[in-house]
Design a protein around this ligand. Structure first.
Ligand code: FPP
Length: 237
């Protein structure tokens, strides 16, 4: 059972295990990604109903371009497919679609679909469904450092005013609270270049469940585990 008071404000998820889910069924990897997309719908709906404010989903990393072209092409079609089917439902649920990552390098059709969803949901003030798409944390940090240097040079920012809060502000998540809970599925225990700065005080929840099998029940388990933890942020409780 979870308590309504301690719902994490921001949940971030590394959605892993689509390939293994497909392999177990002798299906092509893309079938796993397709099934993973359905999980995105279920988890978005649950998060929204639970009152989570931000749900960040790691959908494609800057390293995922190394995968076979067929798989990359399929992954690049998923946002479009997902949004063409579920955008009306997201609008109905008052969800705001956002994204972090380098949008410029995305194929035009992917860019268009995401941009359209962002525009059409911009006024919504419910759950923020934040897709990390072509996202890499180290690239994000390099860009933030460069922007800070530029702003210091051009005297928009004083060097002595650069604090850790400044760095947070210059990241793509600058307007969002840091994640309270990180979930990674499929039994892997690593961050894979995901929100390295933002996860400094986040509670981690790892599960062996593969992403296509992850359901509301597992989300509630993760939240229940989170609610039992004592967050001290380096201090004493
Ligand atoms: C990792 O599993 C998963 C990905 C690289 C892609 C994640 C994408 C989705 C879940 C669908 C996204 C949906 C939308 C709406 C954008 P893997 O392929 O590395 O699995 P494996 O480790 O078992 O091979």
């Amino acid at each position: 059972m979870i308590s309504e008071e301690g719902i994490p404000v921001h949940i971030a998820i590394i959605m892993d295990g689509n390939g293994r889910w497909a392999k177990k069924r002798a299906l092509p990897r893309i079938a796993g990604h397709n099934e993973g997309m359905k999980t995105v719908r279920e988890i978005t709906r649950s998060a929204s109903q639970l009152g989570v404010k931000v749900l960040t989903l790691y959908a494609f990393s800057t390293e995922n371009w190394k995968r076979p072209k067929l798989e990359v092409d399929f992954l690049m079609k998923l946002p479009e497919e997902f949004l063409s089917t579920f955008l009306p439902e997201l609008i109905e649920e008052n969800v705001r679609v956002e994204m972090i990552g380098d949008m410029e390098q995305l194929p035009d059709h992917t860019k268009k679909a995401v941009q359209n969803a962002m525009n059409r949901t911009a006024e919504n003030d419910g759950l923020i469904l934040n897709f990390a798409l072509n996202y890499g944390s180290r690239t994000e940090l390099v860009q933030a450092v460069k922007s800070i240097i530029q702003d210091v040079k051009e005297e928009r920012l004083a060097e002595q005013d650069v604090t850790d809060a400044t760095i947070s502000r210059y990241l793509m998540t600058g307007h969002l609270p840091e994640p309270d809970l990180l979930i990674r599925t499929s039994g892997e225990h690593r961050l894979s270049n995901f929100m390295l700065w933002q996860l400094a005080y986040t509670e981690f929840f790892f599960t062996d469940v593969l992403w296509p099998d992850f359901s509301e029940k597992h989300l509630l388990e993760a939240i229940a585990s989170y609610q039992k933890r004592s967050r001290r942020f380096g201090g004493l409780s």
